[in-house]
Design a protein around this ligand. Structure first.
Ligand code: COA
Length: 375
C-alpha cells in the first residue's frame, strides 16, 4: 500500500534490488546486465547470454569455448533419473516432469550445504533440463530410450536433434536459440520471485528452481504460450479469428499471450518473435496460422489496446518447427533456468528473508468454545 490505496498482486511495488535486468525502463525495453535485448537476440548465442547472466560478463572466445564444452559434458542423465522419467506417466504434463526431474536430481546430486558449488549446479541444470524433457517425451511417445549426449554445440541444436532424431537446419537452430535468449531473464516476474523467496530462507537451488517451475506452469505466466497455441488453432481464417476474439472479449474472457504487468504499450520481445514466425510460416508454406495470429493481434489492439507479449508469436514459432504444444512452456524452463539461477545467486549475495506483511480481513477476536457446546 504505497500511497494508502490497495495494490493487488504487488503491482508497481519494488520488492528488492537486482543488477541482472531492466524491464520497461525508458529508452530500453529489456536489458540483461546492461545489454539491449535486440543486440543480444541478433548477435549473441544463448550460451553467451547464459554466461553473461550466470558469470556476470560476456565471455571471451576462450571462455565461451570452455563453457560450451563443459555444458556438453553435463547433458548426461544418471540411470536413477532415467528410471524416474520412465516411470512418470505418459499423460503427465511435461512441466510436472521438469519439476520432478529437478527435484529428483537434487536428491542424487545435492547442492553443497554452503552453496560452494552453486555455479556448477546452475550449469548442470542448464545442460540437462532439455535431456530430462526430451528423454521422457521420446520414451513415452516413441518407446525409445534416446541418447541425450548429441554432438550439437548449442543447446538449441541439441534440443531439436533429440526431439526430431536428426540435427536441425541452421534456420531452426538459430530460431530456437533466439527464443531462448528472449525468454532467459525478466526481472522479478512471478517464477523468479518465487525462486528468490525460497532462496531467501537459505534453502537450496534445486528447491528454488522446483518452486519456480511450479509458478511458471500457470497460464497467466509461462503457460500462456501453450494456451495461445490452443487458441490460434481454433480458427480457420482471419475473419473467423476476428469474430471469435470479439465474442471471447464480450464474454470477458482473457486472451492468452496478450497484456503484461509491466509493459504498457508493447513487449519488446514480440517483434522479434513475430518476424521469426513469418519466416518460418513462409518456409513451410503456411496459409493459415500466421494470418490468424496477425488477425488476433490486430483485433486485440483495436478493441482493448492490448499488445501481444513474448508468448503469443513464440507459440507459432515453435509450432512451425514441429514442436508439440505441450513442450512449449518446458522450453521456457530450459531458457529461464539461467535467469532463475542468476537471481538465486544474487539473492544469496545480500540475503534477507522475504516475508511481507498482510492486511487482516478476518473476524475479530472470538471466545473459544469446547466442541460439545458449538452449534
Ligand atoms: N485478454 C483480455 N483482457 C485482458 C488481458 C487479456 N490477455 N490482459 C488484461 N486484460 C484486461 C483485464 O481483463 C482487466 O480488465 P478490467 O480492468 O476491465 O477488469 C485489465 O485488462 C487489467 O488486467 P489484469 O489481469 O488485472 O492485469 P495484470 O497486470 O494483473 O495482468 C497479465 C497481467 C499478464 C496477467 C494479464 O495481462 C493476462 O492475464 N494476460 C494473459 C496471460 C498471459 O499472456 N500471460 C503471459 C504474460 S507475459
Amino acid at each position: 500500500m504505497a500511497d494508502g490505496k490497495k495494490v493487488g498482486g504487488l503491482a508497481g511495488i519494488s520488492a528488492g534490488e537486482t543488477a541482472l535486468c531492466t524491464v520497461g525502463k525508458e529508452g530500453a525495453g529489456l536489458t540483461y546486465r546492461g545489454y539491449d535485448i535486440y543486440d543480444l537476440a541478433q548477435e549473441a548465442s544463448f550460451e553467451e547470454v547464459a554466461y553473461l547472466l550466470l558469470r556476470g560478463k560476456l565471455p571471451n572466445q576462450n571462455e565461451l569455448n570452455t563453457y560450451i564444452a563443459n555444458l556438453k559434458k553435463l547433458r548426461y542423465l544418471p540411470d536413477e533419473l532415467k528410471i524416474v522419467l520412465e516411470m512418470t506417466p505418459k499423460d503427465t504434463h511435461p512441466m510436472d516432469v521438469m519439476r520432478t526431474g529437478v527435484s529428483f536430481l537434487g536428491n542424487i546430486e545435492p547442492e553443497d550445504r554452503d552453496f560452494l558449488n552453486q555455479e556448477e549446479v546452475a550449469d548442470r541444470l542448464l545442460a540437462c533440463l532439455p535431456s530430462i524433457l526430451i528423454y521422457w517425451h521420446r520414451f513415452h511417445q516413441d518407446g525409445k530410450k534416446i541418447n541425450v549426449e548429441t554432438d550439437d554445440n548449442s543447446i538449441a541444436g541439441h534440443f531439436l536433434n533429440m526431439l526430431h532424431g536428426k540435427p536441425p537446419s541452421k534456420l531452426h537452430q538459430k530460431t530456437l536459440d533466439t527464443t531462448l535468449i528472449l525468454y532467459a531473464e525478466h526481472e522479478f516476474n512471478a517464477s523468479t520471485f518465487t525462486g528468490r523467496v525460497i532462496t531467501a530462507t537459505l534453502s537450496d537451488m534445486y528447491s528454488a528452481v522446483t518452486g519456480a517451475i511450479g509458478a511458471l506452469r500457470g497460464p497467466l505466466h509461462g503457460g500462456a504460450n501453450e494456451a495461445a497455441m490452443e487458441l490460434i488453432e481454433k480458427f480457420n481464417n482471419p475473419d473467423e479469428a476476428t469474430q471469435g476474439i470479439l465474442s471471447l472479449l464480450k464474454e470477458k474472457q482473457k486472451i492468452m499471450g496478450f497484456g503484461h504487468r509491466v509493459y504498457t504499450t508493447s513487449d519488446p520481445r514480440n517483434s522479434v518473435n513475430k518476424k521469426m514466425s513469418k519466416v518460418l510460416s513462409d518456409e513451410i508454406g503456411d496459409k493459415k496460422l500466421y494470418a490468424v495470429s496477425e488477425a488476433i493481434e490486430s483485433v486485440m489492439w483495436k478493441e482493448k489496446k492490448l499488445f501481444a507479449n513474448a508468448d503469443f508469436f513464440a507459440a507459432s514459432v515453435y509450432h512451425f518447427m514441429g514442436i508439440p504444444t505441450y513442450l512449449f512452456t518446458p522450453i521456457f524452463v530450459c531458457s529461464r533456468i539461467t535467469g532463475w539461477a542468476a537471481h538465486i545467486m544474487e539473492q544469496r549475495e545480500n540475503n534477507k528473508l522475504i516475508r511481507p506483511a498482510a492486511e487482516y480481513t478476518g473476524p475479530s477476536l472470538k471466545s473459544w468454545l469446547p466442541v460439545h457446546v458449538r452449534n
